[in-house]
Design a protein around this ligand. Structure first.
Ligand code: NAG
Ligand code: NAG
Length: 568
């Protein structure tokens, strides 16, 4: 018996159904193919649209090409943004040892891939035995402050440890390998380091001088091979045994031995008790962006105040006439004078509750300050609550944007050029002079207090864009970041051009220093408005930034320090 005959209408129906199904399947397949093609094409089209020199996945902007590349390689081998930042910082401690190192401290602003932002602070703290009258020996005008009395407890390595515990992907030891190799094998002295080596040509810095001398005792120059063999051993021990190896045990004993031999008050207990802190970032609305900044003792408050004052003027036209430019810079200078006046109120939250500083980041406070600014002139110094403090210099900044959208903005320092200029021969470490950052601001140092800092590693996030930015240069940090942000976000310059724009820096006595290429007509017009102009020999603002917009990543290392970014 035939169950299903040819002419069976139910069979015909089912065949028809099969035909319909396979037709649908075919259409679906075509649709999928079309979608795949379109998206591949779109990605290629989008890639093709990225301007030359930009990247597609991730980038690192450190202040030297070598260190940007080490950061990029770390990302490419599966590292997180934090891993890339730590590897780039360790490299920078060799390439620019005058700026930062494991004898200093840093502030990390870290955004994870879902956009949550945390701050890790490893700013150095005052040793328990800091001389009570130390601040009485502060100089009245800026000078490089060498000497063991200014050494604060180094926080750098505990900061890396905390950041790595929270966000690391690669093993801790892996992050140290490129730096250990560089330190052991040596490298030609880069131009920037070569420029600063003559600063250690004094009798007081004999140990440090030897690191940068040849066998005949002559100082090394740009291009000469330099090795850091003792530091390589120290880095290797920290790599293999973990961060505690720096704070307890042999390295700590050797470090304290050398510091005390140089007359310093640092003790083993100071080191053992040092802790890096972790907190939420402060968020400040800025146009379409949320700007994430570190709270005190960092300088985020100063940056946000200046930007909040200026955003209220709504001067966001791409082309400014000289008259508009003069008015803008006049207001900018006035804003910085008020910000200077607040600096002595910004203190470690361990000592002063954060609420007051937080108020300075609010729009209502900026509105109040704006109402005190007049467009046709200036006021005497008391009007701005002037508190002449010492502007510091030095420092490094690394900006990282990883392929998963996470980001790190980290500023690190030993304070002045070569810090305290105290070198520990047993460990290869150069010690910071961070206690000098208390000078001119407070009367007394509280044991364990972290000195106020201008460092302001920032991350800005909008629905479609991420901008990771920070600067070096002590008091010039906020100037560098504010100027780059204003020129990029409000005046429509490319990130590179915005960073290259010459800055106006309002010093701690409210005098204005203009970078050499600053428009002369505007300077004259500002003088006519009553601004006090002084000439400056050196500018230390160096801005390194990475930005992602519509699938393209633009990274800029400031040409002022001859840096170059790297990415893929
Ligand atoms: C980002 O951080 C927040 C807050 O800690 C957390 O809830 C979230 O899961 C994190 N996202 C990722 C991808 O780790
Ligand atoms: C170092 O000290 C010696 C001996 O006191 C002196 O002759 C020399 O000029 C000093 N050098 C520097 C760079 O101060």
């Amino acid at each position: 018996m035939v169950l299903v005959r040819r002419g069976d209408p139910s069979m015909a129906r089912s065949r028809a159904r099969v035909r319909v199904y396979s037709c649908c399947a075919l259409m679906l397949l075509c649709l999928v193919a079309v979608i795949v093609c379109v998206s591949v094409f779109a990605r290629h089209a989008r890639r093709a649209e990225c301007p030359p020199g930009s990247f597609h996945s991730a980038a690192v902007a450190a202040d030297s090409k070598t260190c940007s590349e080490i950061g990029r390689d770390t990302l490419q081998s599966g590292g997180s943004a934090v891993d890339g930042a730590i590897a780039a910082l360790l490299c920078t401690s060799l390439m620019n040892p005058q700026s930062m190192g494991i004898g200093g401290g840093s502030i990390f602003t870290v955004m994870n891939s879902s956009g949550h932002v945390k701050i890790i602070t490893s700013r150095e703290s005052a040793p328990a035995k800091t001389a009570p009258d130390l601040l009485q020996s502060c100089p009245k005008t800026f000078q490089l402050m060498a000497g063991s009395q200014w050494i604060a407890v180094p926080g750098e390595i505990r900061g890396y440890k905390k950041a790595h515990d929270l966000y690391g992907k690669l093993p801790w030891a892996t992050l140290f390998q490129p730096a250990i190799k560089l330190a052991r094998e040596g490298f030609p002295i880069p131009q920037i380091l070569g420029r600063y080596i003559p600063y250690i040509d004094t009798n007081e810095t004999q140990a440090l001088r030897e690191v940068f001398s040849d066998v005949n005792g002559n100082l090394l120059k740009t291009g000469d091979l330099v090795k850091f063999e003792k530091l390589a051993d120290t880095l290797e021990t920290i790599a293999n045994r973990g961060a505690d190896a720096f704070y307890t045990g042999r390295i700590a004993e050797d470090l304290i031995h050398d510091v005390q031999e140089a007359g310093g008050t640092l003790t083993l207990q100071d080191l053992a008790l040092y802790e890096a802190t972790e907190s939420d970032a402060w968020a400040v609305p800025l146009g379409e962006y949320q700007m994430y900044i570190p709270p005190p003792p960092a300088g985020g408050v100063i940056l946000s105040l200046v930007l909040n004052i200026l955003k209220g003027y709504q001067m966001n036209s791409p082309v400014l006439t000289n008259e508009q430019k003069t008015l803008f810079y006049h207001r900018y200078i006035e804003a910085f004078k008020f910000a200077n006046g607040l600096k002595k109120l910004i203190r470690d939250p361990k000592v002063r509750p954060e609420q007051m500083a937080k108020k300075f980041t609010e729009d209502s406070f900026a509105d109040h300050i704006r109402s005190l600014i007049r467009d046709d002139g200036t006021h005497d110094p008391q009007y701005y609550n002037i508190t002449p403090h010492l502007d510091s210099v030095g420092t490094t900044h690394v900006s990282v944007l990883a392929a998963d959208g996470s980001a790190v903005s980290v500023t690190s320092t030993i304070n002045h050029l070569f810090g305290s200029k105290v070198f520990s021969p047993r460990t290869g470490v150069i010690l910071n002079n961070e206690l000098s950052d208390f000078c001119g601001k407070f009367d007394r140092i509280i044991s364990g207090e972290r000195p106020p800092s201008s460092m302001t590693p920032a991350v800005l996030k909008s629905p479609s864009k991420t901008l990771v930015i920070g600067s070096t240069g002590g008091g010039m940090i906020t100037t560098g970041v504010a100027s780059a942000l204003i020129n990029h976000l409000w005046f429509g310059k490319s990130l590179k051009d915005a960073i290259a724009t010459p800055v106006a820096f309002v010093d701690s006595e409210n005098a204005v220093k203009f970078e050499p290429a600053f428009d002369n007509d505007v300077i004259e017009a500002l003088k006519a408005l009553g601004q006090n102009h002084v000439t400056a020999k050196r500018f230390f603002n160096v801005v390194n930034a990475v930005e992602r917009e519509s699938g393209c990543i633009c990274a800029v290392s400031d040409a002022r320090k001859l840096g170059e970014p790297a990415g893929y």
